[in-house]
Design a protein around this ligand. Sequence first.
Ligand SMILES: Cc1ncc(C[n+]2csc(CCOP(=O)(O)OP(=O)(O)O)c2C)c(N)n1
Length: 554
Amino acid sequence: MRNTLPTTVGDLVAAFLESHGVTIAFGVISVHNMPMLDAIHRRGSVRFVPARGEAGATNMADAAARASGRLAAAITSTGTGAGNAAGALVEACTAGTPLLHITSQIDTPFLDLGYGYLHEAPAQLDMLKAVSKAAFRVRSASEALATLREAARIARTPPTGPVSVEIPIDIQREPIDIPADLSPLPLAAAEPDAAALDRLAARMVAARRPLLWLGGGAREAGAAVARLAGLGIGVVTSSAGRGILPDDHPLSLGAYGNAPPVEKLYESVDFMLVVGSHLRSNETRTYNLKLPAARGRIDVDPATEQRSYPSEVFVAGDAKLALEGLLWRLDGRLRIDPAFAADIAAARREAEAGLRRVAGAYAPMLDVLERAMPKDALWVRDITLSNSIWGNRAPTLRDPRASIFALGGGIGQGLAMAVGAALGGGGRKTVAIVGDGGLQLGLGELATVAESRPDMVLLLMNDGGYGVIRNMQDNDYGGRRCYADLKGPDFGLLAEGLGIPHRRIRDMNAFAPAFAEALAVTGPFILELDMAAIGPFGARAGGFPPPPAWAGRR
Ligand SMILES: Cc1ncc(C[n+]2csc(CCOP(=O)(O)OP(=O)(O)O)c2C)c(N)n1
């Protein structure tokens, strides 16, 4: 059946997004994307959220995809517009977010002529290739659908990632019929090799105290992980792997993988299986963390076999399929040390006590969040001391989609991620933690908040500057403080000007009632904590140790 309306490639893009389960898209309207946005508007199926900048829009789309598990889209203009999305695309690559970035190009007769045509950016496609998993240019109206489908297939194929598509503005305007079948291309399953799984199973069976280290790549493997934990295998997660097994499962060490009591426990772990994790430098104290000596690894990317911490058994393939294959091979064969569960629980308790100590004046805040945050809330963080000190480990999360933060460590993405999570996450309350420095990087998106009214509480940890940097200056630069004290706005006045409810607290005792007030609002609420008044953390976090001799290229 053919659509009889005079439709354009812009309409095709809108229909394609609908057919690929995209319910929300973010961007900034421009002469170079209006055929697509006009079609999205007319068709009314995909919600388009106008952001104030392409960086924010792309972070929003990234978080919407992470929170929902579905494709989301960022739609930008050519040149500066596409360039503005680059930092957020780097983060989406780092996190492996399945995301479509649809952008434009100048009119095709002028491509690569160097006329100085409006928005011309000669090497835009090269730039997009560098910051996306893949990038394509649509070269004619007739190939638009095939290119978009292939882009979506690549974005959704593990290891997932953002894919950019340039559609020159004249092609967007070209008339085209919309085919009846716009369905997504099938994804090839990354089947693990049976012999490799046999070797891994034999290694697991020989262990008395086996432990899984789960990264974000194991996000879809929750059911298999729960059954492995049911057999007595312990679990620890990276920050991205939080909630794959509920953090409060008795055999879970949560995301305390580099806490001293857990590192101590590793000495008695006779096999660690790393699943879908980079073992990132910032989560392993730059590879100084002493993981158990005997290790195996499952990863969908075969190239990771000996990357960072080497392993003796490697299984290339999908984490869920591999863990399912492992499960039946282990059936009835494990002989777990009966003391292991209690040792895990003790290490976990000690690690939690350590977290309360380093949280210092903010320890009561952890208790309030643990108690009051809705159990299905999305927990979004910017790169701020409160996240590196405690937010990456607490409060308890029970859903692998709930933990959303910039894995690449770039500040200033938290606000936009909170917006995307709240608007694209299926109506779950979002609680986000940001620093005043990070927030100022994308301050314009507060206007997007005021307009699109995401259901979120923004916990603004205001220490009047870059706390992380001040700590590094104190630790590593003889206490020479520079460029880290910031003049910020009066956030209360700013919120008032935008019509966003705001409260500032100066005393930790005021946090519980203020947080309850914030949660009771359906829509945005900024709860600002005056950190100078509230007090210090119990530790001076900041900086990273040098890598050990064995790591890196030598
Ligand atoms: C995009 C980017 N620019 C610069 C940095 C360096 N940086 C790391 S933390 C930080 C300070 C963040 O300040 P704030 O959000 O106020 O949190 P705080 O450190 O005060 O807790 C900076 C500038 C970075 N990580 N990312």
